[in-house]
Design a protein around this ligand. Structure first.
Ligand SMILES: Nc1ncnc2c1ncn2[C@@H]1O[C@H](COP(=O)(O)OP(=O)(O)OP(=O)(O)O)[C@@H](O)[C@H]1O
Ligand SMILES: [Mg+2]
Length: 320
């Protein structure tokens, strides 16, 4: 990717949670929710993060959204190191939208106040703030009259539109969307996704789109990163990932994804439920992998370039 067009970049980013065993309190254990993640996202692109529950998607989003401090590694925003602090002029340039529209809005605040709240730390007059609020509300397909409503007067889909308008009001360049439509019904979800796509295009924003729904990732993404046990095990262009999935985990994920033509052969591989282990000296997927080879027991796989923009962490693709 051209350095000028990179909006956000991470270098060996880590976020470990310390967990103490109930019985052996002295023994420190870590959940390596994000472990050595190096990714970049370019201007105007949507990078989808997919992976099963607990793979670390939300933690990654929260670290990038500056809601959690990383354990190690670096975050660069347009080449500026923002790992430890975000300079004032970048306030509002990175925003995050979560899954649950019911808990995201203060029930006692009218929509207008919820919308202008993120602007309060910026030097902007109240009048301009209200004008912006009305603009973004309408951009999200809601009438201006909703400014005077309270959250309980809105449906789930309408609330999520407000939450997105609230994120957009500071004119972010990088928007993290963590399962933003997964609590909504299918038609509301489709409307909001369509809107998000057109707004991104219009404003040349960059999205980090977290989802466990591969159909949604396929619709929204330009590139897809597959996360497993805190690591990006495969990353590539959307078509590359869907047409040529390489990592055994990606293949398992895709095998559980119905093909567009229901008459075509579909034999999903249902993975065995196994606790994730954060191995250090072997492949983390080894306990579940039907294709493991000797090498997987001895070393940790690193990124192997298989194609332009397509990388996989798997010994099966090491060229000898
Ligand atoms: N505050 C915390 N303290 C300890 N462990 C945590 C904490 N938050 C998350 N974890 C653990 O970190 C791992 C990654 O969690 P995370 O919520 O990032 O996963 P996820 O991919 O977003 O999952 P989901 O698809 O269910 O939302 C999980 O094992 C989770 O239990
Ligand atoms: Mg999550």
């Amino acid at each position: 990717m051209n350095e000028d067009s990179i909006i956000l970049k991470t270098i060996s980013l880590k976020k470990y949670y310390e967990v103490r065993s109930k019985f052996l309190k002295r023994i420190k254990q870590f959940v390596k929710a994000v472990d050595d993640v190096t990714i970049e996202a370019g201007r105007g692109e949507t990078l989808a993060i997919v992976g099963e529950s607990g793979s670390g998607k939300t933690t990654l989003g929260m670290v990038l959204g500056k809601l959690l401090k990383p354990t190690d590694g670096r975050i660069l925003f347009k080449e500026l190191d923002i790992t430890h602090s975000l300079p004032n002029h970048l306030r509002g340039k990175i925003r995050i939208v979560f899954q649950d529209p019911y808990s995201a809005l203060n029930p006692r605040l009218k929509i207008a106040y919820s919308l202008i709240e993120p602007l309060q730390t910026m030097s902007i007059s109240k009048r301009d703030a209200v004008e912006k609020a009305s603009h973004y509300l309408q951009l999200m397909g809601l009438p201006e009259s909703y400014m005077n409503y309270y959250p309980h007067m809105l449906s789930g889909g309408q609330r999520q539109r407000v939450v997105i308008a609230r994120a957009l009001i500071t004119e972010p360049e990088f928007l993290i969307l963590d399962e933003p439509t997964s609590m909504l019904d299918a038609s509301t979800q489709a409307q909001i996704l369509r809107l998000l796509r057109s707004i991104k295009k219009e404003k040349q924003m960059t999205y980090l789109f977290i989802t466990h729904n591969l159909a949604v990732a396929r619709y929204m993404a330009d590139r897809i990163a597959v996360m497993y046990a805190g690591q990006i095990v495969e990353i590539g262009g959307k078509n590359s990932i869907f047409q040529n999935p390489l990592h055994p985990y990606t293949r398992t994920l895709l095998s559980a994804y119905p093909p567009p033509n229901p008459r075509s052969q579909w034999n999903p591989i249902i993975p065995e439920e196994l606790a994730v282990k954060y191995y250090e000296n072997k492949c983390r997927y080894i306990d579940r992998c039907p294709f493991k080879i000797q090498e997987c027991e001895k070393n940790t796989p690193t990124d192997i370039k298989v194609d332009e923009n397509h990388y996989v962490k798997c010994f099966l693709y090491v060229k000898t």
